[in-house]
Design a protein. Sequence first.
Length: 362
Amino acid sequence: MHDRLFIPGPVEVRPELLQAIAQPQVGHRTQAYMDVHSATIPLLKKILYTEQDVLLFTCSATGVMEGSLRNLCQKKALLTVNGAFSKRWYQIAGFNGVPADKLEVPMGKAVMPEDLDKALATGQYDVFCAVFNETSTGVRAPLEKYSEVLKKYPDVMFCVDAVSAMAGDKIETDKLGLDVCLAGTQKCWGLPTGMCVTMISNKAMAKAATAKAPGYYVNFVDAKKYNDKHQTPHTPAIPILFGLHAQCNHIVNEEGLDNRWKRHLDMQKLTHQWVKDAGFELFPEKGYESVTLSCIKKPEGFDFKNLNGQLSKRHHCVISNGYGDIKEQTFRVAHMADTKVEEMKQLFKWIDAILAEANVTA
Ligand SMILES: Cc1ncc(COP(=O)(O)O)c(C=O)c1O
């Protein structure tokens, strides 16, 4: 029996999706492939509230984080840094020789729009990158506020890592004026890893066409050229596309978008209540808590290893330790993808029982 995952990715995959993935393969230049690809893209556009391009890259999210900088930055990039993944995006700029500055705040906090405005007003930047949902800290960035600021700087590309939020937390990409919004399939999409779903604006596509060294593998213009023919430039993760198609159908036509967003908010609410009742404390500053995962402070002497070990041994499920610089100070519970409110309630009952037995008081 496997351990049911309550970790912030990879996540539990519904049996129906595993079935969809486990189909006989088709050639990626065949009509059979193109039929699934062309049926999936319009559903993705609905979920991302966009009428612009949504492209599928066969790589994990990091590939498109790198690709966004290579395709779009011609001057200098400005990146928020408030956790392990935003720090990684800043480091990726360095690895690619892309000039970059960071807008850094302590972990647990979100970058404020006034500081963003001040930085962009210098006129140095043509790309702004923000991690919407810092998976390491559970901080949700104020995208709407950033969007207001970005309206003053139409030449700055607005790139968003929505890795642990997309398909769980509502993101109206066109309304927000996003130029890139990316996420791998292994988090709120409720699928195994393998593809990175990426919304790219027409403005970003036009700019990518003028890039001197956009890179070969994650090349926006090339990817669009093939996407317009319902294909990808290179061999895609075909099984993941099958799963994504089934999942998009489920999200749009069975669960319904509003119900999906509400279920995630309900799970967040339930988790916050449990955190309070159990005597724990959330790590993020108030008002900036993630909808899809909770990062919780470990009380003094808290034995996380024992708790997770017992969850696995007795109930075949696991939650997650902290990540990055705050690994020892925090632990995380994911409430994303196709997890039900009832499953979260059950999880918290199990945790409460183990903690009571171990006499670990929060
Ligand atoms: C916010 C965020 N950004 C980027 C990544 C990197 O994604 P991947 O491992 O799919 O490349 C992760 C992975 O957990 C993440 O949570």
